[in-house]
Design a protein around this ligand. Structure first.
Ligand code: CP
Ligand code: NVA
Length: 321
């Protein structure tokens, strides 16, 4: 188990590995559509540890490992000794002796890092306050799938190159500079994407994440205030809740601070005519997104949610190989 790989941040994969994950995720999407079994990881056991609520992450990982021929052990906040204060480093060493991989959703990013440091099996970040890499992997699979299906961006007969397709588009983020915004910044750095984020004062993305992406990466990343400037002519418009998990006490203050940052029809009208709308969900209609946009023709949120399953299967095949 000496050479285990983790997936805590998008920087844990190379551009080539990222593209391979998206290609495999697309193959797995097709295999499932045509009901071809693909139990490529029989007998593997994946632990799922949740210190925060989840619908998509919980179900998609559980179904993913099951369809790969393995099994999930799910632990909620109050089911394990972690909830009673057992150190994460002890949990990591014990779980590594039972399971072939550990996915964890928690608060501080340092908890996932500590788990990965002490675990001898691969650790996957299923969301921290800082990053949500599994979601952006699925988001970029969605972008790739949508734009190769709806637009010809490569010569007929050739397999569209993942990075080339993703780089041919322009991306916008509107709203909170949260874990999703930070992960989009990582993606832009890693893959060389053109990303503009509009965040209100006091709700900027993490400065270290931004600095790392600008230093290590080769994307074009700008943070502005005006949502209209951020979406102008762009192909992929993403947003997320104004108050993430753990920020419940700030809901009212954030509602006031984010006035004008909701993605509605008027804002989408400024994007490229073929733009798509993404949201990791859960969504608050009438706050960060209007009902009209999330239910409208540009919305790809349901395929985006589905792709969590396929993208994570590709990830599990790779990490549990
Ligand atoms: N998008 C996402 O991670 O959803 P859950 O919180 O339901 O897992
Ligand atoms: N930013 C949100 C994402 C939920 C999937 C949160 O952290 O609550």
């Amino acid at each position: 188990m000496g050479n285990k790989r983790d997936f805590l941040s998008l920087w844990d994969v190379t551009e080539t590995e990222f593209a391979a994950l998206i290609r495999r995720a697309e193959e797995l999407r097709f295999l499932r559509q045509v009901r071809t079994p693909h139990a490529t990881r029989p007998g593997r056991v994946l632990a799922l540890i949740f210190e925060k609520a989840s619908t998509r992450t919980r179900v998609s990982f559980e179904v993913a490992i099951w369809e790969l021929g393995g099994h999930a052990v799910v632990m909620g906040r109050n089911d394990s000794q972690l909830g009673r204060g057992e150190p994460i480093k002890d949990t990591a060493r014990v779980m590594s002796r039972y399971c072939h991989g550990i996915m964890v959703r928690t608060f501080g990013h340092e908890r996932v890092r500590e788990l990965a440091d002490y675990a001898t099996v691969p650790v996957i970040n299923g969301l921290t306050d800082l990053l949500h890499p599994c979601q952006v992997l699925a988001d970029l699979q969605t972008v790739y799938a949508h734009f190769i299906e709806h637009e010809t961006r490569t010569p007929a007969g050739s397999v569209p190159d993942v990075v080339q397709v993703l780089r041919s588009l322009r991306y916008a983020w509107v709203g909170d500079g949260n874990n999703m915004a930070n992960t989009w910044i990582e993606a832009a750095g890693l893959l060389g994407l053109d990303l503009m984020l509009a965040c209100p004062a006091g709700y900027q993305p993490n400065p270290d994440v931004l600095e790392t992406a600008l230093r290590k990466g080769h994307g074009r990343i700008q943070v502005v205030r005006d949502p209209r400037e951020a979406v102008a002519g762009r192909h992929v418009i993403s947003t997320d809740v104004f108050a993430s998990m753990g920020k419940e006490e700030e809901v009212e203050a954030r509602r006031r601070a984010f006035v004008g940052y909701g993605v509605d029809r008027a804002l989408m009208a400024g994007a490229d005519g073929k733009a798509i709308f993404l949201h990791c969900l859960p969504a608050h209609r009438g706050e960060e997104v209007s009902d009209e946009v999330i239910e409208g023709p540009a919305s790809q949120v349901w395929l985006e949610a589905e792709n969590r399953l396929h993208a994570q299967k590709a990830l599990l095949e790779w990490l549990l190989s």
